[in-house]
Design a protein around this ligand. Structure first.
Ligand code: UDP
Length: 328
């Protein structure tokens, strides 16, 4: 079975591509390399193209049985400054991909969604029934596509899974690939960088939140656990009985355990044996105090749970950072 992985030269897509291949799937990566990296797609067939470009998509789609769609713009702050880019890439271009997928006769689609569709929830943990009220254009653009996918699924018998990730972090155990963002804005790599003499100091975005130590709580999920969930989701679609064709399943992917910014820094210090150089800063606009998944639905439907701990997240990310900086 062959899968088209859009955004397969990006952080999460490149991990999913490897996990798919390890499970025996044939993988074609489709990426315009605007934020992806050729080195993350190394060893795979890479079709360079834009998801909004039907002519580029058509020959690739003709060769696959399912689509996993990761390609997206994914900076919350940038989405506030430049919503046009977000609704274009994550809305319009993504819809063109979905139309081309249908036209190619493909009826299985897995979408990389986000807990940002929930906005600032009234309570945690967050279940899939928590109202979806995004508070920034990034979350709104992902919700737009979720809504389109749900409607298309029902109308055109396109079976789909919408996977809502919490905080993806860590790196593949092989050390071959890991988190690469330019600019880097995520806590785990920035905390690790702040343990080194050359790295920037970490700025903590507020310690006056209504949490035990005053810093924000997030649910950090190892990228390899996420990648495995995608394979399970695909297997779920493969086995879907005829009467369920056209279902669109939404699942939270998180560990169900929240950690504060302070706790992440402590995990980094424990792994490396050096202090995280830090300074206290103001709150970052739009950061909810706590986001933690209720992952029960993914467990009951896919038989999936997060296996890797925060310590494994931090140590695998560190291993990758050392390797990638030495090969720059
Ligand atoms: N954070 C921080 N300093 C940074 C980056 C992040 O204090 O330089 C905090 C941020 O406020 C949030 C948590 O770390 O509470 C995770 O942020 P990240 O950007 O990694 O992911 P997000 O939750 O925004 O998707």
């Amino acid at each position: 079975m062959a899968i088209l992985v859009t955004g397969g030269a990006g952080y999460i897509g490149s991990h999913a591509a490897r996990t798919l291949r390890r499970e025996g799937y044939e993988v074609i990566i489709f990426d315009n390399l605007s934020t992806g990296f050729r080195r993350l797609a190394e060893g795979f067939e890479l079709v360079e193209g834009d998801i909004g470009d039907e002519a580029a998509l058509k020959p690739a789609l003709a060769r696959v049985d399912a689509v996993m769609h990761f390609a997206a713009a994914a900076y919350v702050g940038e989405s506030v400054e430049n919503p046009r880019k977000y609704f274009h890439n994550n809305g319009l271009a993504a819809l063109q991909l979905l139309n081309a997928t249908l036209d190619a006769g493909i009826r299985r689609f897995i979408f990389s969604s986000t807990c940002a569709v929930y906005g600032v929830p009234d309570k945690v943990p967050i279940t899939e029934k928590t109202p979806r009220e995004p508070v920034n254009p990034y979350g709104a653009s992902k919700l737009f596509f979720e809504n389109a996918l749900e409607a298309y699924s029902r109308a055109y018998k396109l079976s789909s899974v919408r996977l809502r990730y919490f905080n993806a972090s860590g790196a593949d155990e092989s050390g071959e690939i890991g988190e690469l963002h330019n600019p880097e804005t995520h806590l785990v790599p920035l905390a690790l960088e702040a343990t080194t003499a050359k790295g920037r100091e970490l700025q903590i975005f507020g310690d006056d939140y209504p949490t035990a130590d005053g810093t924000c709580i997030r649910d950090y999920i190892h990228v390899s656990d996420l990648a495995e969930a995608h394979v399970r989701a695909l297997q779920y679609l493969e086995k879907l009985p005829d009467e369920k064709r056209g279902d669109s399943l939404a699942l939270n992917l998180g560990s169900g355990r929240g950690y504060s910014v302070m706790e992440v820094m402590q995990a980094a210090e424990k792994a490396i044996g050096q202090p995280v150089r830090r300074k206290m800063g103001p709150r970052r606009q739009g950061d909810p105090p706590a986001l933690v998944a209720d992952p029960a639905k993914a467990k009951s439907i896919l038989g999936w749970t997060a296996k890797r701990s925060l310590d494994e997240i931090v140590s695998s990310a560190w291993q990758w950072m050392q390797k990638s900086s030495s090969s720059k």
